[in-house]
Ligand binder design. Structure first.
Ligand SMILES: Nc1ncnc2c1ncn2[C@@H]1O[C@H](COP(=O)(O)OP(=O)(O)O)[C@@H](O)[C@H]1O
Ligand SMILES: [Mg+2]
Length: 261
């Protein structure tokens, strides 16, 4: 059984079919990348998987069960965590506080025990802290743990967002353009982290990314989309050399052509 199954999914915005009968499966333990020109439907697919949108047709299954009846706030509890193309963090809170928010689904105490601050709650709190400290070590965020998000450089905020998703200890991690806006050096860090997230943490990764160098270096399989439709599925090399994919990039900006070259 695949961990995530997208089964003939369609979503329209008015006259635009943002996702058009798309099917693919992500296997447990793999890094799977979605690529394609701007407007291809990649972020919309992420928003469908995160349950922000309801498809007009098709099904989305996670670990064998349809998630279409689930609400967005239930995703973390199921084991699905994500980052956003435009970073979404609590700006006025510290890095540590933002990562602890990611742990919310693990809170087991009820209000009474939290008010009484029972030993159980203290023990839970310690568990949350330990999980978050592990993420801080893993992503090398020690220097920033007490810093407010609002004052941090873009590259660091991106890492914190990945950290907040990892703090959930998900089975499936959705990364929307993890390298966009990052320097070459920062992008290399992201590549190493994705490798470790897969190998050491055993987390399955589904990512959207324009940087084909990053996609080639970390992905097991790649699906190219254009105009809401799936065009080609295979290794990064196979997909980049697929005539349908090459054609989809003709007529788009030079920057995007370079992104797929
Ligand atoms: N909330 C929305 N309302 C209306 N149209 C949208 C919305 N989100 C995306 N679209 C449209 O759906 C298509 C796919 O967009 P998107 O999924 O963001 O593409 P990508 O992430 O691949 O660049 C585009 O034509 C976009 O303009
Ligand atoms: Mg997008």
């Amino acid at each position: 059984m695949s961990l995530l199954e997208i089964d003939n999914v369609t979503l329209r915005f008015g006259g635009v079919t943002a996702v058009n009968k798309v099917s693919f499966s992500v296997e447990e333990g793999e890094v799977f990348a979605l690529v394609g020109p701007n407007g291809a439907g990649k972020s919309t697919l992420f928003n469908l998987i995160s349950r922000f949108y309801d498809p007009v047709e098709g099904d989305i299954r996670f670990a064998g069960e349809s998630i279409l009846q689930r609400a967005p706030h239930e995703m973390a509890g199921l084991g699905i965590a994500r980052t956003f193309q435009n970073i979404e963090l609590f700006e006025q809170a510290t890095v540590l506080q933002n990562l602890l928010v990611g742990r919310h689904r693990h809170r087991k105490g009820n209000l009474v025990s939290e008010l009484a601050f029972t030993p159980f709650v203290r023990q839970e709190e310690r568990r949350h802290r330990e999980a978050v400290e592990k993420v801080i070590d893993f992503l090398d965020l020690q220097a920033y743990r007490e810093k407010h998000i609002a004052g941090l450089p873009y590259g660091v905020r991106k890492v914190v967002e990945m950290g907040r998703a990892l703090a959930i200890e998900p089975r499936l991690l959705l990364l929307d353009e993890p390298a966009s806006g990052l320097s070459v050096e920062e992008t290399l860090d992201v590549a190493f982290w994705i490798e470790d997230i897969k190998r050491e943490m055993g987390i399955t990764v589904l990512m959207v990314e324009h940087d084909m160098h990053l996609v080639s270096s970390v992905s097991d399989r790649v699906l190219a989309l254009a105009d809401g439709k799936a065009l080609a599925l295979g290794s990064a090399f196979e997909v980049q050399n697929d005539p349908k994919v090459i054609e989809a990039y003709i007529g788009v900006s030079d920057q995007e052509k370079r992104a797929v070259a």
